[in-house]
Design a protein around this ligand. Structure first.
Ligand code: GLN
Length: 292
């Protein structure tokens, strides 16, 4: 039997994934084939005409099959790039989305002129936000919390691999109030309304494959706002004067979350959009009332 080349395997795999509904079939296949060959996705470009060993081909076919049934690419390769670093991920944590990089951008922007003190990353999941902030702001002390002990294991491993052993990880269901005050609280809380959280496995057309990811990281209650409501209130109680609360939101939650923050007492409430043009990040400040 004639051996397959990188080029033919990419063509065959992407046809299969396109039929299975993937919006990014060729990209998915490039990542999966590079992983099967043990090379970087960029290195594949110079290997297009090369023949692939039977072992790597078998691995690739298995991965393409699992992808066609909906498993996120990041779970198949075990890692994903976020804010320029590689994070370990598996089914214990939400796969970091590119839009969450805007949460890091917003936090770094507000970090200029921020009062001294600790930054808390609540609902840390894989730890991608906490580790990125520590890498960019090495002098800040960072606490990362999550309700899932399994997620914290992954987050700690990511911090260790990326040499940020000084992040403190805390198991708690919202804000570890007793460890405050905080200069800033960031969060990518679960915000998908319960009825929109698919309970069954889908196929590759589930862009974010929520059915494969921990429901704890997605399900935000009936209107999606249960957790953000709680974290925003607890954060307000424990933020330093002039500290910031910054949260990711669902694309249709802007008005409700801005109103929520204003009701709690935050000022300077604003929203920024992600690359797809969706409302995504909300910031609110706990103004020092004496100086306001
Ligand atoms: N952005 C994720 C999704 O749409 C949800 C992440 C979250 O709930 N924090 O699947």
């Amino acid at each position: 039997m004639q051996s397959s080349t990188v080029s033919t395997l990419l063509q065959d795999g992407s046809t299969k994934l396109r039929c299975a509904g993937s919006e990014t079939p060729l990209l998915d296949c490039r990542i999966l084939l590079a992983h099967s060959l043990g090379v970087s996705a960029d290195a594949l470009y110079s290997l297009y005409r090369d023949e692939v060993s039977a072992k790597a081909e078998r691995t690739y076919h298995r991965l393409v099959h699992e992808r066609s049934e909906g498993t996120p690419v990041a779970y198949l390769t075990g890692s994903i790039e976020f804010y320029g670093r590689s994070f370990l991920v598996d089914s214990r944590v939400l796969v970091p989305r590119p839009e969450t990089e805007f949460l890091v951008d917003a936090a770094l922007e507000k970090a200029t002129g921020l009062p001294p003190g600790t930054i808390l990353d609540a609902c840390t999941g894989s730890g991608c936000v906490a580790v990125s902030l520590k890498a960019e702001l090495p002098d800040r002390s960072i606490i990362a919390s999550d309700i899932s002990e399994d997620a914290l294991i992954v987050a700690r491993e990511n911090a260790q691999r990326l040499a940020h052993n000084d992040i403190r990880f805390v198991h708690t269901d919202a804000v570890p109030v007793s460890l405050g005050p905080y200069a800033m609280v960031t969060a990518n809380p679960p915000y998908v309304p319960t009825e929109q959280c698919p309970r069954r496995r889908g196929n590759a057309s589930c862009k974010h494959s929520p059915a494969w990811e921990p429901m704890l990281a997605l399900d935000g209650g009936q209107d999606g706002l249960d957790i953000v409501t709680r974290i925003a209130s607890e954060a307000f109680a424990t933020l330093c004067p002039d500290g910031w609360f910054i949260t990711e939101i669902g694309h249709d939650q802007r008005t409700r979350v801005c109103d929520l923050l204003a009701r709690i007492g935050y000022t300077n409430v604003s929203c920024t959009r992600d690359l797809a043009g969706f409302d995504r990040i909300i910031c609110g400040r706990k103004t020092n009332r004496q100086s306001a």
